[in-house]
Write a protein that binds this ligand. Sequence first.
Ligand code: G3H
Ligand code: ZN
Length: 289
Amino acid sequence: RLVNAKNMVDAAYKNHFAIGHFNINNLEWAKAILTVAQKTNTPVILATSEGAIKYMGGVNVVVGMVNGLLEDMNITVPVALHLDHGQSIEMAKKCILAGYSSVMFDGSHLPWKENYEQTKELVKFAKDHEVSVEAEIGTIGGEEDGVVGNGELGDPQQAKEMVDLGIDFLAAGIGNIHGIYPSNWESLSFETLNKIQDKTHFPMVLHGGSGIPQEQIEKAILMGISKLNINTELQLAFQQATRNYIMEGKDEDRKAKGYDPRKLLRPGTEALERETEHLITWFGSKGKA
Ligand code: G3H
Ligand code: ZN
């Protein structure tokens, strides 16, 4: 059974590690991440952007697939199903009613007052359903599934006001970027992270977790990052392994039925498993179920 993400993220905050939030696209993604979580006794968050929900067919497909996997794979570690970058509170409410256990309302494209008011309304609704809520201040640079940001740094006063609304974890622009980091990118803004922590002492979320050097990840976790969002890193791992399979001509092997999608997607899926295990080891959440 899905659990909301509050307890796992709170425990991570207290004990200086971070829960992996992994964006899923399909059955292979969900299965690979759950396989690793169960094998390593690790709490985990499966997340879908609005784009991924659309790709998979809709919220009921996602909820049905994930719940089915939890049951048929005998998953006993804590798993949350989370809406990533919900663009409207209507979408967040729709996910909650369909069975999501956690939602993000990303009102960072709105004027601050509206972001605040809409987050407030969603918190009330989510609390009634025991669903955890993530809010965002500032913006994340780059682009993810049509969500674009200019990388504006989060404001500590706004952070405090969001926290006081009763949200469960907070995403803030701290120099992080979605997708592949440009080669001239240097560092997260630890100064911003520090100022926000000083004011809130509250679990925070690092978006754009792919491609940040390990030392910066570790430092950010020690400074209050308790949920780490990963999308691109797994996509790249899947792409590379699939590319190798095809470059080696294995898909052309008719005798071995290398064209069978279950075989064609296998190396990519195994790469997802390896990469997930590698990341939860970094984040310190491995074995913390
Ligand atoms: O919301 C999801 C994350 O922020 C993913 O970012 O693709 O850079 O890992 P990423
Ligand atoms: Zn994000």
